[in-house]
Write a protein that binds this ligand. Structure first.
Ligand SMILES: [Zn+2]
Length: 93
């Protein structure tokens, strides 16, 4: 069973969380052209290794947070609150 460290609730089972996609995206604005809007809506990095993601604690505190996860071994490196940086987060044991 995979455990994920919620920055507010602590360690909980993976089934309590929902994946929310890539973290730290730059949103398209009303001034964006079609290329920028297309990239924002449809193009995502497909990283092999450590990547920043958004996660939602659906059956817990119902808050969003960020996590750095290694996509090769599915190991969470750290989790951190929105607005914080990855180095301020909690590390997985
Ligand atoms: Zn939580």
């Amino acid at each position: 069973m995979l455990l994920i460290e919620c920055p507010w609730c602590g360690r909980c089972e993976q089934s309590e969380f929902h994946y929310g996609g890539e973290a730290h995206l730059t949103r398209a604005t009303s001034a964006s052209d079609n290329t920028e809007l297309t990239e924002f809506l449809f193009l995502r990095n497909n990283v092999r290794g450590d990547t920043a993601e958004r996660w939602f604690h659906a059956t817990g505190c119902r808050r969003w947070f960020n996590a750095v996860r290694n996509t090769v071994d599915d190991r969470f490196i750290c989790t951190y609150k929105p607005g914080d940086t990855a180095t301020q987060g909690t590390t997985d044991a």
